[in-house]
Design a protein. Structure first.
Length: 172
């Protein structure tokens, strides 16, 4: 089922990953679509630090701060993506929602060796979307950062941010 509630029919057995592509400053990010719970306009979210939707409280995840990215979050295309992994819920403000895409796992790639430190936890890999290089956000890390803010225990947080080994096609 897609984000809009339509059934997808598949005739070929090809493993794919679904992603919501967003822009934050000059950075393009892919959020695994299975965690997306909604996309809201600024009018729908207001200026609060948390958003309540469908009975769940979504705490603000400030990716501009976490990635040290300069972003204009006052434009007409600004949206808040509601994201959840079942037990943690985050509201992610982005400059633009670019689109929803399905990517074959073979077209997801590990990070190059230049990514050496914390960014190995931040991103699960990369992919191409149209002519853009897009970094795949590691939702466990993103919501794990939120868990630290909401005061989960340190042992739980370290379990949330542990990423598995990356291989070609294994990042989706």
């Amino acid at each position: 089922m897609s984000l809009r509630g339509h059934l997808k029919s598949t005739n070929v057995l090809v493993e794919t990953g679904s992603f919501l592509i967003v822009r934050l400053g000059r950075m393009y990010l892919a959020l695994p679509a299975d965690g997306v719970r909604g996309v809201l306009t600024p009018e729908e979210t207001g200026h609060e630090q948390a958003v309540t939707a469908a009975g769940s409280l979504y705490q603000l995840v400030d990716l501009t701060h976490l990635f040290s990215v300069v972003a204009d979050l006052s434009g007409l295309e600004v949206r808040t993506v509601l994201y959840s992994n079942g037990h943690s819920h985050g509201a992610i403000r982005v400059e633009q929602v670019v689109g929803l895409t399905d990517v074959e796992r073979k077209n997801c790639f590990p990070l190059p060796p230049q990514f050496r430190c914390d960014e190995r936890r931040w991103f699960g890999g990369m992919m191409l979307y149209e002519d853009l290089l897009v970094l795949i956000v590691n939702p466990a890390w993103m919501l794990g950062e939120l868990a630290e803010v909401v005061s989960l225990g340190a042992s739980e947080t370290s379990q949330l941010v542990t990423a598995g080994p990356l291989t070609v096609g294994g990042s989706c």
